[in-house]
Design a protein. Structure first.
Length: 160
């Protein structure tokens, strides 16, 4: 726990998460019983979830997963290296939180009958996320939880 530092990214993750959950809960009564959970490459819905599960999964993952990542560094044997790429790790957590919260908002909007192309928006959001993460990944130092982990990369900082 001594490795935990509350950063502005954590505040933004919580604010975005609560805002997207509020949007879902405000519109809860207007939503159909089943909401889309997966779209195919063509933009067609492939899987539906009960609205309670969809809201819970996207909403909780959008807040909890990035914050859990804040604590996982304390169990990493190479936890000291996180200090060397603190900003990259924080921005990665923020990107994950934004993506899950965006998916919750898009799912609810689609359930409300809004005419949106979730597939294109999701692909665009993933593209932006990968570009952003690609800019930060060179800063990441060897660790056991984040980045490309193979026997070779973990055994040698030079290979990492």
């Amino acid at each position: 726990m001594k490795d935990f530092k509350w950063r502005w990214q954590d505040t933004l993750i919580v604010i975005l998460g609560l805002a997207s959950l509020a949007y879902a809960l405000i519109n809860y009564g207007k939503l159909p019983q089943e909401l889309p959970a997966q779209w195919g490459i063509s933009g067609k819905v492939n899987r539906y979830w009960d609205k309670n599960i969809a809201i819970f999964m996207f909403g909780i993952l959008g807040i909890v997963l990035p914050l859990i990542m804040q604590f996982t560094r304390s169990i990493d044997p190479k936890r000291e290296n996180y200090k060397k790429f603190e900003n990259a790790y924080a921005m990665s957590r923020l990107a994950i939180g934004v993506l899950f919260n965006l998916m919750l908002v898009l799912t609810v909007a689609y359930g409300l009958g809004k005419d949106i192309n979730v597939g294109k928006i999701a692909i665009g959001a993933l593209g932006v996320m990968f570009i952003a993460l690609g800019n930060y990944m060179p800063q990441v130092k060897d660790n056991y939880l984040f980045g490309v982990r193979t026997a070779w990369t973990l055994s040698s900082p030079e290979v990492w």
